[in-house]
Design a protein around this ligand. Sequence first.
Ligand code: CU
Length: 296
Amino acid sequence: MENRSSRRLLIALALAVAVLASLLAAVPVLADQGGTGLQPTVPNGDSPNGHNIYNLYLLISIPAIIIFLGVEIALVMIIVRFRATKRPAGFIPPQWHGNTKLEITWTIIPLLILLGIGALSFGELQRDFTKRTNAETQMNITVQGFRYGWRYQYQEDGLNFQSVGTTPTAMVVPVDTTIRIRTQGTDVIHGWWVPYLTGKTDAVPGYDNYTWIKPTKIGEYRGECTELCGPGHATMQLLVKVVSQQDYQAWVQQEKQHEAAAKATPSPSAAPSPSPSAAPSASPSASPSPSPSPSH
Ligand SMILES: [Cu+2]
């Protein structure tokens, strides 16, 4: 009788865990389809570094989930099987203390696991968030965060434009190209994050941070500022548009024509140059080389 009720309880618990686990597993799929960005895992990136972050996430999370479930299931089984009401009145379990071998083992194993996670994470940070060498780099873009928008400077193609507001101007890049990205902040700390391409990279005033991307698929990738930088933080949306090499060249020519046309006929919307005192703080465009630190 007792055994049967314990078994039923265990089966019910196991079912609850299975249902919960399958629900959790379904969430990323649903989120991916909706493209909402609300998902418990990091996305599987369309750039080698984003992809590596995803692999590292799985490598750490899957064993962690298995260990968690193992511990919780064992705990529940012990609680149910050895509960006090099923023991004779005044029952005291065997009293024993100390087991040096066991204690050393259960200290060393977690230590090794943590050191392993630390080493893997450090390696990933080194690969993704240090300055790529010139030999590895095919293109350089400086991304400046300001309150509240982004400025993009293309070193090789000489483009310079900004993106402001919740319908962002795309940072257009060619597919299969290693792009070194330097991030800077012009006022406070911002964070440049396009989850499907790479991890979060802070844009810090007076300091250059580096990341890189090598997009493997043509498409549009959304992102946003990930450092709370002020009341307009939520409007600092990001868009990266990955296009073919030909489309990229066409886009560069088109941008250059736009820039030339804007210079030839200064429209009222363009920043008026004759009043130096009226330079708005949110427009760091005036200086062609605003980097406070050594160039690439
Ligand atoms: Cu920001």
